[in-house]
Design a protein around this ligand. Structure first.
Ligand code: C5P
Length: 232
């Protein structure tokens, strides 16, 4: 799949989502549907968004025993999404189970990427709550490699980690990177950020951009600016 800008549609109702998507009459954005919208509206929101002509990253971050994740991914694969994800912390057997479940009878499947460590987890949290004493970037690279060895297509990570993930796991291993802000924009609660252009130079394959587009005065102009900076 081609490099692209994915718009994080963190809305709580179908009405808000469609009100937002209706503004895009030219290029239809790749849409990220997360837990908030999925739990509010159920799988129908995914079917309808797909029917409107959008590619979909279903961001449900699964993390459970291998059998449960395998069976859930089999249900997810019927939704005709383009990318979905899980937590690498669920470990190898869970990730392998996910791929099995996701693979349709004809052998096709959506791309599957793993969350390594959430960007809200820092070194202190890692040591204090999770009892992981290694440096966080070493942990992220290890989780990425474990995901790769389990057969996954890539990871969700900070754009600041994208180059190192490619070094460790190869250039074809996808990096999906949130934490993107315009140079003249508001950072909000994101701490470690890059502009779309910097993310492109760092080798991100997909940038996930939420509020800089969804909360912009002119969301279509903000989206087009992202496309121009990231894709050219
Ligand atoms: O609004 P903003 O651009 O910060 O949105 C970023 C999106 O990426 C949100 O949907 C957020 O949940 C998601 N995300 C993130 N950091 C991660 C994983 C996901 O910001 N490590």
């Amino acid at each position: 799949m081609e490099r692209d800008v994915i718009v994080a549609c963190d809305f709580s109702s179908a009405e808000q989502l469609y009100g937002f998507l209706d503004k895009f009459t030219d290029r239809k954005p790749f849409v990220k549907i997360g837990m908030e919208l999925f739990y509010a509206e159920g799988p129908q929101i995914v079917r309808e968004t797909k029917a409107r002509g959008h590619k979909i990253f279903l961001d449900l971050k699964l993390h459970d025993i291998p059998n449960t994740v395998k069976k859930t991914m089999a249900v997810v694969s019927r939704l005709d999404i383009d990318i979905c994800n899980l937590h690498a912390a669920g470990a190898t057997d869970m990730m392998k189970g996910a791929i099995e479940g996701l693979t349709r009878e004809d052998g096709s499947r959506p791309l599957l990427v793993a969350v390594t460590q959430l960007t809200s987890t820092d070194q202190e949290t890692l040591e204090r709550d999770l009892l992981i004493k290694k440096p966080i970037d070493e942990v992220v690279m290890h989780y990425a490699l474990t995901a790769k060895n389990a057969g996954l297509d890539g990871v969700v990570c900070s754009p600041l980690e994208a180059a190192k993930v490619h070094e460790t796991c190869g250039k074809n291993f996808l990096t999906v990177t949130p934490g993107v802000r315009f140079a003249d924009g508001d950072k909000g609660d994101q701490k470690r950020v890059m502009t779309p252009e910097q993310a492109k130079l760092a080798g991100s394959d997909f940038i996930v951009v939420g509020r800089p587009i969804t909360a912009a005065q002119n969301p279509v102009a903000a989206y087009n600016r992202c496309i121009k900076e990231f894709i050219g």
